[in-house]
Design a protein around this ligand. Sequence first.
Ligand SMILES: Cc1cc2nc3c(=O)[nH]c(=O)nc-3n(C[C@H](O)[C@H](O)[C@H](O)COP(=O)(O)OP(=O)(O)OC[C@H]3O[C@@H](n4cnc5c(N)ncnc54)[C@H](O)[C@@H]3O)c2cc1C
Length: 440
Amino acid sequence: MTAATVKQTLAGWGRYPQVASQVARPDRYAEVAAWAREASLARGMGRAYGDAAISAGGTTVLMTRLNRFISFDADSGLLRAEAGVTLDEILQVVMAQGWFLPVTPGTRYVTLGGAIAADVHGKNHHHVGSFSAFVQSFELFTPAGALTCSASENVEAFNATVGGMGMTGLIGEVTLQLKRIQSGNMLVQHLPAPDLATALALMDSPEHDDEYTVAWIDCLAGGKHLGRSVFMRGHHAEGPLTAGPGPARLKLPVNLPTLALNRYSVKAFNAFYYRWEGRKQKSFHCDIAPFFYPLDGIRDWNRLYGKPGFVQYQFLLPPETAAAGLKSVLERLAKSGNASFLAVLKRFGPGGSGLMSFPAPGYTLALDLPLRHDTLALLDTLDAVVLEHGGRVYLAKDARLAASNLVRMYPQLDEWRRIRATLDPDRLFVSALGQRLEMC
Ligand SMILES: Cc1cc2nc3c(=O)[nH]c(=O)nc-3n(C[C@H](O)[C@H](O)[C@H](O)COP(=O)(O)OP(=O)(O)OC[C@H]3O[C@@H](n4cnc5c(N)ncnc54)[C@H](O)[C@@H]3O)c2cc1C
């Protein structure tokens, strides 16, 4: 018998859309199998931006109380834990012992289950691939029963679940290979790139390559400054080992007025940031937290976008078309007057085995856009540019893509559907995203 459920309004990190939901919050691992027979979606920390962690009906199972560590071998770096353990909780245990996450997204407040379901990537994708490359195995609870999935066992279920956005069942215990570090320090360098071509050249150049690379783009700069960026690179340095990152020191207590983030405030910020950050051309040391998780320093920073919320538009373009496609997107964005406070460019290496995983060779740009009356229409035009250039949109960030575009972006969608149907023939596991995109 499963525990009681409560009514709760759920949203993603962008706070759009918001959906009245039926929510369960099991705290014993033994309950997971029962929930897999009647639930319709797992939810971790709700850091997916759009509607990926909202169920289309039925019960949403909050996994965050299933957060027990099962074992950690400090010699091999092999960790086994329940899927509700967050990356932050892992760092608190392993960093002082000389271990780190092999791949980490830009926030540490995501669960192991969420990291697998979105097959998350970090600033080192061009060297090591995405999260699933380090997942040795996980338990998958489906309506038909439990499976152990890995690259050699129940391989189809593994490949459909990594990047499968929760729609193959509930991920239970996870075994993850961590990465050795010598210290809690990073050696970092910031270089200004006056335009897009320079930013892409820096990302491509073996001379400027590093373990981690990323570029912040001033997406309001136009004309000859289009794509003006600060290129950032870094690697783990030598030095003393440290404890995991501390908690956020600041908190945004209320929603900001909708007008606070506008074209003018963002333009002023961008001009300042480009000069300030671009000036640090000498290498410098910094802690893990500001390098990997700059936004985690402010709790509830998503309130910055006011009551209507915001959308993140993250897309990928293949290497051959990236320069032209990025130029076209940035031009349209600048012309629309929509101001993205945050615009982050990363380089991807080869994709992994996940049938619906986002990463593939090329470049990815993530834009945070406040929800205005014209934002969704603008994003439809950007979808057309992305498709024209052979790219795709990241489902973990999406709240509004049209179903007709999904199949053109994810060529393995039909294969994923076939495998998913064997795991969940009665279509119990469907998110609002899956329903909108007609995935199941
Ligand atoms: C500030 C910020 C920065 C980010 N940076 C990056 C980045 O650099 N790279 C990147 O790839 N992503 C990034 N993300 C996105 C984030 O990493 C993913 O959306 C991740 O899936 C969120 O994990 P979560 O635990 O919050 O899961 P949720 O948001 O709660 O759920 C996400 C998906 O995972 C599924 N899921 C969760 N738990 C389970 C489970 N136990 N079993 C089955 N399915 C499950 C849900 O059904 C849903 O489909 C960022 C998000 C934020 C807010």
